[in-house]
Design a protein around this ligand. Structure first.
Ligand SMILES: NC(=O)c1ccc[n+]([C@@H]2O[C@H](COP(=O)([O-])OP(=O)(O)OC[C@H]3O[C@@H](n4cnc5c(N)ncnc54)[C@H](OP(=O)(O)O)[C@@H]3O)[C@@H](O)[C@H]2O)c1
Length: 326
Protein backbone atom coordinates (compact mmCIF):
# COMPACT_ATOMS: atom_id res chain seq x y z
CA UNK A 1 0.00 0.00 0.00
CA UNK A 2 1.48 3.37 -1.01
CA UNK A 3 0.33 6.87 -0.07
CA UNK A 4 -0.74 9.81 -2.13
CA UNK A 5 -1.59 13.51 -1.90
CA UNK A 6 -5.03 14.56 -3.14
CA UNK A 7 -7.40 17.51 -2.95
CA UNK A 8 -10.86 16.76 -1.57
CA UNK A 9 -14.01 18.60 -0.50
CA UNK A 10 -16.21 17.67 2.47
CA UNK A 11 -18.84 20.36 1.76
CA UNK A 12 -19.89 22.44 -1.24
CA UNK A 13 -18.86 26.07 -1.17
CA UNK A 14 -16.20 28.62 -2.14
CA UNK A 15 -12.67 27.70 -3.23
CA UNK A 16 -11.60 27.49 0.44
CA UNK A 17 -13.52 24.19 0.89
CA UNK A 18 -10.73 22.47 -1.08
CA UNK A 19 -8.28 20.74 1.25
CA UNK A 20 -5.20 18.61 0.69
CA UNK A 21 -4.99 15.17 2.32
CA UNK A 22 -2.33 12.46 2.56
CA UNK A 23 -4.00 9.08 2.27
CA UNK A 24 -3.35 5.42 1.53
CA UNK A 25 -3.61 4.29 -2.08
CA UNK A 26 -4.38 0.61 -2.64
CA UNK A 27 -2.77 -1.33 -5.50
CA UNK A 28 -4.74 -1.17 -8.78
CA UNK A 29 -7.75 -3.53 -8.91
CA UNK A 30 -8.46 -5.83 -11.86
CA UNK A 31 -8.81 -3.76 -15.03
CA UNK A 32 -7.07 -0.75 -13.45
CA UNK A 33 -3.62 0.80 -13.66
CA UNK A 34 -1.87 3.05 -11.15
CA UNK A 35 -0.54 6.36 -12.45
CA UNK A 36 2.09 8.72 -11.13
CA UNK A 37 0.41 11.86 -12.39
CA UNK A 38 2.66 14.50 -13.93
CA UNK A 39 0.12 17.14 -15.05
CA UNK A 40 -3.51 17.76 -14.10
CA UNK A 41 -6.04 19.67 -16.17
CA UNK A 42 -8.32 22.30 -14.67
CA UNK A 43 -11.81 22.68 -16.15
CA UNK A 44 -14.67 25.02 -15.39
CA UNK A 45 -16.88 22.02 -14.49
CA UNK A 46 -14.62 21.57 -11.43
CA UNK A 47 -16.06 24.84 -10.11
CA UNK A 48 -19.65 23.74 -10.72
CA UNK A 49 -18.93 20.55 -8.77
CA UNK A 50 -17.03 22.25 -5.94
CA UNK A 51 -19.81 24.82 -5.46
CA UNK A 52 -22.63 22.26 -5.66
CA UNK A 53 -24.21 23.48 -8.91
CA UNK A 54 -23.54 19.92 -10.16
CA UNK A 55 -23.74 18.09 -6.79
CA UNK A 56 -21.62 15.01 -6.02
CA UNK A 57 -21.80 12.55 -3.09
CA UNK A 58 -19.50 13.92 -0.32
CA UNK A 59 -16.69 13.76 0.58
CA UNK A 60 -15.23 13.68 -2.89
CA UNK A 61 -12.15 14.35 -4.96
CA UNK A 62 -12.42 16.69 -7.93
CA UNK A 63 -10.95 16.99 -11.40
CA UNK A 64 -11.58 15.06 -14.62
CA UNK A 65 -8.30 14.95 -16.51
CA UNK A 66 -4.63 14.26 -16.02
CA UNK A 67 -1.60 12.78 -17.72
CA UNK A 68 0.97 10.52 -16.11
CA UNK A 69 3.15 7.45 -16.18
CA UNK A 70 1.97 3.88 -15.53
CA UNK A 71 3.59 2.58 -12.32
CA UNK A 72 1.51 -0.53 -11.55
CA UNK A 73 -0.88 -2.70 -13.56
CA UNK A 74 -3.87 -4.67 -12.25
CA UNK A 75 -5.00 -8.11 -13.40
CA UNK A 76 -6.48 -8.47 -16.86
CA UNK A 77 -5.00 -5.32 -18.39
CA UNK A 78 -3.59 -6.32 -21.77
CA UNK A 79 -2.76 -3.25 -23.81
CA UNK A 80 -0.86 -1.03 -21.32
CA UNK A 81 2.75 -1.44 -20.19
CA UNK A 82 4.78 -0.16 -17.25
CA UNK A 83 6.23 3.27 -18.04
CA UNK A 84 3.64 4.15 -20.73
CA UNK A 85 2.74 7.83 -20.90
CA UNK A 86 -1.06 8.07 -20.81
CA UNK A 87 -3.90 10.53 -20.18
CA UNK A 88 -7.63 10.42 -19.37
CA UNK A 89 -10.59 12.80 -19.27
CA UNK A 90 -13.56 10.58 -18.41
CA UNK A 91 -12.59 8.31 -15.52
CA UNK A 92 -14.80 9.90 -12.84
CA UNK A 93 -13.82 12.73 -10.52
CA UNK A 94 -10.56 12.60 -8.56
CA UNK A 95 -7.83 13.82 -10.91
CA UNK A 96 -6.54 16.35 -8.33
CA UNK A 97 -3.93 13.93 -6.93
CA UNK A 98 -0.30 12.97 -7.42
CA UNK A 99 -1.18 9.26 -7.81
CA UNK A 100 -4.39 7.57 -8.88
CA UNK A 101 -5.86 4.21 -9.94
CA UNK A 102 -7.76 4.50 -13.23
CA UNK A 103 -9.68 1.94 -15.33
CA UNK A 104 -7.35 1.01 -18.22
CA UNK A 105 -10.17 1.36 -20.77
CA UNK A 106 -10.42 5.07 -19.89
CA UNK A 107 -6.77 5.74 -20.82
CA UNK A 108 -5.26 6.84 -24.08
CA UNK A 109 -1.55 6.46 -24.84
CA UNK A 110 0.17 9.72 -25.69
CA UNK A 111 1.95 10.16 -29.02
CA UNK A 112 5.60 11.31 -28.78
CA UNK A 113 4.71 14.80 -30.06
CA UNK A 114 2.11 15.39 -27.31
CA UNK A 115 3.70 16.29 -23.97
CA UNK A 116 2.13 15.39 -20.63
CA UNK A 117 1.36 19.08 -20.01
CA UNK A 118 -0.25 19.46 -23.43
CA UNK A 119 -2.38 16.35 -22.90
CA UNK A 120 -3.55 17.43 -19.43
CA UNK A 121 -4.40 20.85 -20.80
CA UNK A 122 -6.02 19.75 -24.05
CA UNK A 123 -7.75 16.41 -23.60
CA UNK A 124 -11.00 17.42 -21.83
CA UNK A 125 -11.34 20.75 -23.63
CA UNK A 126 -10.14 19.38 -26.97
CA UNK A 127 -12.52 16.41 -26.85
CA UNK A 128 -15.29 18.91 -26.11
CA UNK A 129 -14.34 20.95 -29.18
CA UNK A 130 -14.04 17.68 -31.15
CA UNK A 131 -17.67 16.60 -30.63
CA UNK A 132 -18.96 20.19 -30.91
CA UNK A 133 -17.50 20.63 -34.40
CA UNK A 134 -17.65 17.04 -35.69
CA UNK A 135 -20.92 15.72 -34.23
CA UNK A 136 -23.15 18.41 -32.73
CA UNK A 137 -22.65 20.13 -36.07
CA UNK A 138 -20.21 18.92 -38.75
CA UNK A 139 -18.48 22.24 -39.41
CA UNK A 140 -18.19 23.03 -43.14
CA UNK A 141 -16.07 25.56 -45.05
CA UNK A 142 -18.01 28.81 -45.23
CA UNK A 143 -20.03 28.25 -42.03
CA UNK A 144 -20.46 31.37 -39.91
CA UNK A 145 -20.12 30.47 -36.21
CA UNK A 146 -20.59 32.53 -33.05
CA UNK A 147 -18.34 31.25 -30.24
CA UNK A 148 -18.80 32.76 -26.77
CA UNK A 149 -15.81 33.00 -24.39
CA UNK A 150 -13.52 32.64 -27.42
CA UNK A 151 -10.43 33.49 -25.34
CA UNK A 152 -11.21 30.75 -22.79
CA UNK A 153 -10.00 27.15 -22.69
CA UNK A 154 -12.61 25.39 -24.88
CA UNK A 155 -13.30 28.67 -26.71
CA UNK A 156 -9.78 29.03 -28.11
CA UNK A 157 -9.57 25.39 -29.18
CA UNK A 158 -12.99 25.45 -30.83
CA UNK A 159 -12.20 28.70 -32.62
CA UNK A 160 -8.79 27.61 -33.95
CA UNK A 161 -10.01 24.18 -35.08
CA UNK A 162 -13.24 25.49 -36.70
CA UNK A 163 -11.23 28.16 -38.51
CA UNK A 164 -8.84 25.48 -39.80
CA UNK A 165 -11.90 23.64 -41.16
CA UNK A 166 -12.80 26.76 -43.17
CA UNK A 167 -15.44 28.34 -40.94
CA UNK A 168 -15.58 32.03 -40.10
CA UNK A 169 -15.72 32.51 -36.33
CA UNK A 170 -17.00 35.60 -34.55
CA UNK A 171 -16.03 35.39 -30.88
CA UNK A 172 -17.17 37.08 -27.72
CA UNK A 173 -15.19 37.86 -24.58
CA UNK A 174 -16.19 39.22 -21.21
CA UNK A 175 -13.59 41.98 -21.27
CA UNK A 176 -11.63 43.86 -23.93
CA UNK A 177 -8.23 42.65 -22.63
CA UNK A 178 -9.09 39.14 -23.89
CA UNK A 179 -9.72 40.42 -27.43
CA UNK A 180 -6.13 39.84 -28.62
CA UNK A 181 -6.20 36.19 -27.45
CA UNK A 182 -9.51 35.57 -29.26
CA UNK A 183 -8.15 37.15 -32.45
CA UNK A 184 -4.95 35.09 -32.18
CA UNK A 185 -7.11 31.94 -31.93
CA UNK A 186 -8.63 32.82 -35.30
CA UNK A 187 -11.70 34.98 -34.66
CA UNK A 188 -12.53 37.25 -37.61
CA UNK A 189 -14.03 39.73 -35.13
CA UNK A 190 -14.48 39.85 -31.36
CA UNK A 191 -17.59 41.22 -29.62
CA UNK A 192 -17.44 42.62 -26.08
CA UNK A 193 -20.14 40.96 -23.95
CA UNK A 194 -20.14 43.92 -21.55
CA UNK A 195 -21.97 45.86 -24.30
CA UNK A 196 -25.66 45.20 -23.52
CA UNK A 197 -26.34 45.56 -27.26
CA UNK A 198 -23.80 42.85 -28.12
CA UNK A 199 -26.17 40.96 -30.53
CA UNK A 200 -26.47 44.18 -32.59
CA UNK A 201 -22.65 44.49 -32.54
CA UNK A 202 -22.43 40.88 -33.78
CA UNK A 203 -24.82 41.60 -36.68
CA UNK A 204 -22.93 44.79 -37.51
CA UNK A 205 -19.68 42.79 -37.70
CA UNK A 206 -21.26 40.28 -40.12
CA UNK A 207 -23.19 42.83 -42.25
CA UNK A 208 -26.43 41.37 -40.94
CA UNK A 209 -25.62 37.69 -41.59
CA UNK A 210 -26.64 35.38 -38.73
CA UNK A 211 -24.70 32.34 -37.50
CA UNK A 212 -25.18 28.78 -38.72
CA UNK A 213 -24.28 27.69 -35.16
CA UNK A 214 -24.04 29.58 -31.88
CA UNK A 215 -21.83 27.86 -29.30
CA UNK A 216 -22.87 29.19 -25.88
CA UNK A 217 -21.27 27.99 -22.62
CA UNK A 218 -21.95 31.25 -20.73
CA UNK A 219 -25.59 30.30 -20.07
CA UNK A 220 -27.66 32.64 -17.92
CA UNK A 221 -26.22 35.94 -19.17
CA UNK A 222 -26.29 35.17 -22.91
CA UNK A 223 -28.57 32.33 -23.96
CA UNK A 224 -31.76 34.24 -24.82
CA UNK A 225 -29.82 36.85 -26.81
CA UNK A 226 -27.86 34.03 -28.50
CA UNK A 227 -31.15 32.93 -30.11
CA UNK A 228 -31.23 36.31 -31.93
CA UNK A 229 -27.84 35.58 -33.50
CA UNK A 230 -28.73 32.25 -35.14
CA UNK A 231 -29.79 32.10 -38.80
CA UNK A 232 -33.20 30.56 -39.70
CA UNK A 233 -33.01 26.77 -39.14
CA UNK A 234 -29.68 27.41 -37.39
CA UNK A 235 -28.44 25.59 -34.30
CA UNK A 236 -27.99 27.00 -30.79
CA UNK A 237 -25.74 24.83 -28.61
CA UNK A 238 -25.96 25.42 -24.86
CA UNK A 239 -22.97 23.49 -23.53
CA UNK A 240 -22.17 25.28 -20.27
CA UNK A 241 -23.28 27.71 -17.62
CA UNK A 242 -20.25 29.84 -16.64
CA UNK A 243 -22.48 32.78 -15.65
CA UNK A 244 -25.18 30.60 -14.05
CA UNK A 245 -27.81 28.09 -15.14
CA UNK A 246 -29.26 28.79 -18.58
CA UNK A 247 -32.96 29.75 -18.60
CA UNK A 248 -35.66 27.32 -19.71
CA UNK A 249 -36.53 27.73 -23.39
CA UNK A 250 -40.17 27.64 -24.53
CA UNK A 251 -40.27 25.63 -27.80
CA UNK A 252 -42.48 28.36 -29.30
CA UNK A 253 -39.58 30.79 -28.88
CA UNK A 254 -37.47 28.59 -31.20
CA UNK A 255 -40.25 28.89 -33.79
CA UNK A 256 -40.44 32.68 -33.45
CA UNK A 257 -36.66 33.12 -33.69
CA UNK A 258 -36.47 31.22 -37.01
CA UNK A 259 -37.36 27.54 -36.55
CA UNK A 260 -34.12 27.10 -34.64
CA UNK A 261 -32.60 23.84 -33.43
CA UNK A 262 -31.50 23.76 -29.80
CA UNK A 263 -29.32 21.22 -27.96
CA UNK A 264 -27.58 20.81 -24.60
CA UNK A 265 -24.79 18.24 -25.19
CA UNK A 266 -22.02 16.87 -22.95
CA UNK A 267 -18.54 15.48 -23.56
CA UNK A 268 -19.11 12.40 -21.35
CA UNK A 269 -21.71 10.46 -23.41
CA UNK A 270 -19.73 11.32 -26.55
CA UNK A 271 -16.78 9.43 -25.05
CA UNK A 272 -18.52 6.76 -22.95
CA UNK A 273 -17.71 3.92 -25.34
CA UNK A 274 -13.96 3.13 -24.99
CA UNK A 275 -13.44 2.52 -28.74
CA UNK A 276 -15.20 5.80 -29.64
CA UNK A 277 -13.15 7.60 -26.98
CA UNK A 278 -9.91 6.35 -28.55
CA UNK A 279 -11.08 7.29 -32.07
CA UNK A 280 -12.06 10.79 -30.88
CA UNK A 281 -8.68 11.16 -29.13
CA UNK A 282 -6.89 10.09 -32.34
CA UNK A 283 -8.85 12.82 -34.19
CA UNK A 284 -7.75 15.36 -31.56
CA UNK A 285 -4.09 14.24 -31.67
CA UNK A 286 -4.21 14.51 -35.47
CA UNK A 287 -5.54 18.07 -35.16
CA UNK A 288 -2.74 18.86 -32.68
CA UNK A 289 -0.19 17.43 -35.13
CA UNK A 290 -1.55 19.59 -37.94
CA UNK A 291 -1.43 22.70 -35.73
CA UNK A 292 -5.24 23.04 -35.76
CA UNK A 293 -5.25 22.73 -31.97
CA UNK A 294 -2.56 24.39 -29.87
CA UNK A 295 -1.76 24.29 -26.23
CA UNK A 296 -2.15 27.65 -24.51
CA UNK A 297 -1.31 27.45 -20.82
CA UNK A 298 -2.35 30.74 -19.23
CA UNK A 299 -1.36 29.90 -15.64
CA UNK A 300 0.29 27.05 -13.74
CA UNK A 301 -0.47 26.20 -10.08
CA UNK A 302 1.12 23.57 -7.85
CA UNK A 303 -1.45 21.12 -6.44
CA UNK A 304 -0.74 22.67 -3.01
CA UNK A 305 -2.20 25.93 -4.40
CA UNK A 306 -5.37 24.40 -5.86
CA UNK A 307 -7.49 27.00 -4.01
CA UNK A 308 -5.68 29.77 -5.92
CA UNK A 309 -6.30 27.98 -9.22
CA UNK A 310 -10.04 27.99 -8.54
CA UNK A 311 -9.99 31.65 -7.47
CA UNK A 312 -8.13 32.62 -10.67
CA UNK A 313 -10.75 30.88 -12.84
CA UNK A 314 -13.63 32.50 -10.99
CA UNK A 315 -12.06 35.95 -11.18
CA UNK A 316 -12.23 35.54 -14.96
CA UNK A 317 -8.88 37.18 -15.64
CA UNK A 318 -7.02 34.22 -17.15
CA UNK A 319 -6.69 33.68 -20.89
CA UNK A 320 -6.09 30.13 -22.07
CA UNK A 321 -6.00 27.11 -19.81
CA UNK A 322 -4.98 26.58 -16.19
CA UNK A 323 -2.61 23.68 -15.49
CA UNK A 324 -2.11 22.03 -12.10
CA UNK A 325 1.27 20.48 -11.33
CA UNK A 326 1.18 17.64 -8.74
N1 LIG B 1 -20.94 20.40 -22.19
C1 LIG B 1 -19.67 19.99 -22.28
O1 LIG B 1 -19.40 18.92 -22.83
C2 LIG B 1 -18.57 20.85 -21.75
C3 LIG B 1 -17.28 20.33 -21.66
C4 LIG B 1 -16.23 21.19 -21.26
C5 LIG B 1 -16.51 22.50 -20.91
N2 LIG B 1 -17.80 22.94 -20.97
C6 LIG B 1 -18.14 24.32 -20.63
O2 LIG B 1 -17.37 25.16 -21.48
C7 LIG B 1 -17.11 26.37 -20.80
C8 LIG B 1 -15.64 26.66 -20.89
O3 LIG B 1 -14.94 25.72 -20.10
P1 LIG B 1 -13.40 25.92 -19.78
O4 LIG B 1 -13.03 24.89 -18.81
O5 LIG B 1 -12.66 26.01 -21.06
O6 LIG B 1 -13.39 27.33 -19.04
P2 LIG B 1 -12.87 28.77 -19.53
O7 LIG B 1 -13.46 29.09 -20.86
O8 LIG B 1 -11.41 28.82 -19.47
O9 LIG B 1 -13.51 29.68 -18.43
C9 LIG B 1 -14.90 29.99 -18.47
C10 LIG B 1 -15.17 31.24 -19.28
O10 LIG B 1 -16.53 31.60 -19.09
C11 LIG B 1 -16.64 33.00 -19.26
N3 LIG B 1 -17.59 33.55 -18.30
C12 LIG B 1 -18.73 34.18 -18.61
N4 LIG B 1 -19.39 34.54 -17.52
C13 LIG B 1 -18.64 34.14 -16.48
C14 LIG B 1 -18.82 34.23 -15.08
N5 LIG B 1 -19.88 34.84 -14.54
N6 LIG B 1 -17.85 33.72 -14.30
C15 LIG B 1 -16.77 33.12 -14.82
N7 LIG B 1 -16.57 32.98 -16.16
C16 LIG B 1 -17.51 33.48 -16.96
C17 LIG B 1 -15.23 33.60 -19.11
O11 LIG B 1 -14.88 34.17 -20.36
P3 LIG B 1 -15.15 35.71 -20.61
O12 LIG B 1 -14.66 36.45 -19.42
O13 LIG B 1 -14.40 36.03 -21.86
O14 LIG B 1 -16.64 35.83 -20.83
C18 LIG B 1 -14.34 32.42 -18.84
O15 LIG B 1 -13.16 32.49 -19.62
C19 LIG B 1 -17.65 26.22 -19.38
O16 LIG B 1 -18.94 26.78 -19.30
C20 LIG B 1 -17.74 24.72 -19.23
O17 LIG B 1 -18.69 24.32 -18.29
C21 LIG B 1 -18.83 22.13 -21.37
Amino acid sequence: MSTRRAAVIRAFGPASVLELVEEALSPPAAGEVQLRQTAIGFNFIDIYQRSGIYPLPLPTGLGFEAAGVVEAIGEGVADISMGDRVAYMNAGVGAYADRRNVPAERLVKLPDDVSDEAAATLLFKGMTAQYLLRKTHAVQPGDLLLVHSAAGGVGQILTRWATALGATVIGTTGSPHKRAAALAAGCAEVIDLKDPEWPAAFLKATNGRKARVVYDAVGKDTLIQSLDCAAPFGLVVSYGAASGKAPAIDPELLNKKGCLFFTRPSVFPHNADPATFKANAADLFDAIGRGHVKVDIGQRFALNYIVDAHLAAEQRVAEGAILIVP
